[in-house]
Design a protein around this ligand. Sequence first.
Ligand code: HEM
Length: 531
Amino acid sequence: MEQHGSESFFVIGEGLLGEVAGGREPTVVLPPDVAAITPPFRFSRLGPKGTGKQLNETNRKKIGSLMAASTGGQGQIPAGFTYIGQFTDHDLTFDKTSVTLGDKLSPAQLVQARSPSLDLDSLYGAGPADPESTKFYEADGLHLRTGKSKAAGGFAALDGFDLPRGAGTTNAQKRTAIIPDPRNDENLAVAQTHCAMIRFHNRVVDTQLGGVPQSQKFITARKIVTKHYQWMLRSDYLPRICASGVVNDVFTNGRKAFEVGVPATQVPTMPIEFSVACFRLGHSMVRAVYQWNKVFDDASGSPGALEYLFEFSALGGDLGGQTRLLSTWLADFRRLYDFGEANKPGLEVPPNKFNRAMRIDTSIVDPLKHLPPSIVGGPDSMPFNDPDRNLAFRNLTRANMVTLATGQQMASFLTGKGVTLTKLTSAQIRDGQGGVKLDTLTENQRQALVQNTPLWFYILREAELNAGRLKGVGARIVAETFHRAIEGSQFSIVNDASFHPTLGPDNSTFRMVDLLLFAFEGKKSLLAPLE
Ligand code: HEM
């Protein structure tokens, strides 16, 4: 079974770190001959090791538990960005060998397949020509397959609004999404985001390929989609979560710390500092409850609790016992993204229907303390309060597992590379600004945390003190890793400076709302099908 999260990390120059925890299986099981010649997903270590600086288990449990108190409230970022963030994380960390084993791959291809890039392989797999990936495509080899929701609550079954599902004979098989990366069916919000990306691709196929020779159609569509997606990430997503000065600096002047000066064609790696800490920032953006759609909101008396978003997916739950998504659960994208930004007042909802992400800070919402066992790879009988179900504890523990550098170490490391940043003071780390409260830690526990701050905690404190936007260490690591992952993609706006978006309002604007407007033809009936 596919899992969310690496159990072990193959770090270049260090080998395999960590172990397979109880009940979890590796993400991809390779035939022995292939396994023998290819490393698992390629991580690297950007900074120094945090030897002798890790928090002990008691402290991690306590801090993890305190962090899950959701103290910080909501921020300004529309909640949809949480899940395009999660989608992007899966794109970055997708191990393509799971979809390319049908072909005889060269060692170089294997290395590429297990490397981070922002090339939408989690959407495309290895392309329609690859035997393992044809199942993601329509018979024309151009359109991505979609699924049909199931009529419910007076709402009709709708084609194109669910993930494609349905292979096999058992209900569990039938509900399994037929998409390259099953993690995109881990909760309903990321699943509906994946559906939107499928729709985006299909719309490009339908409208942008006039005059393109048949043999070039798919690759041309993929190129258009990927570069627009990268443009959106660079110009819309990143500046929302990171100090925009840092994003602009990295994309204008290049990287200072990560794989500096390597040829663009060299296959990138994934810094463990990004994967184990900094990009887990998204966990603090997750809400406990969503004004999900007309059927599931406060007004209906039954808002879209996060637990339901797990339940109505096939990895985090069992699709509510169904084999297809019930129409009552279809997303209302107007509640997740602000179409006022694109000057579409007809697609705006009243403030009390709109969802903002939780502020990026040191707190996460309570339901993330009790993740479904299926998400963390535990048995169904896992106790409700088992710390292994707490995402904060898990994140802190992963850092331990790979002896991750602390926030302070990374701040010094980056400064040494010429990055300008201000280190957090001990008082800032201790007190923050409306995030986790550390009063109930013992003096020793608090001292350990303040002196050797786990990187995840540190970058969240930085954001908390910067009105909910990454700064300093966190912003630099996230922006540089994205830059490299775009540079290392087959299609890349970093390598092709002449690219400008053609599917937005002008040739320098392509935001997430523009992506959705294009994909859903600007129609309310598609963006909010229950209205
Ligand atoms: C409801 C939403 C989410 C859930 C339930 C969730 C759950 C998880 C879990 C269980 C892990 C593995 C933890 C471990 O054992 O190490 C993980 C890893 C991770 N998550 Fe999330 N996550 C969510 C949203 C996000 C978002 C929004 C982002 C970023 C914007 C994100 C970024 C990451 C990263 C970078 C990792 C490590 C790499 C990977 O395995 O993908 N997650 N998440």
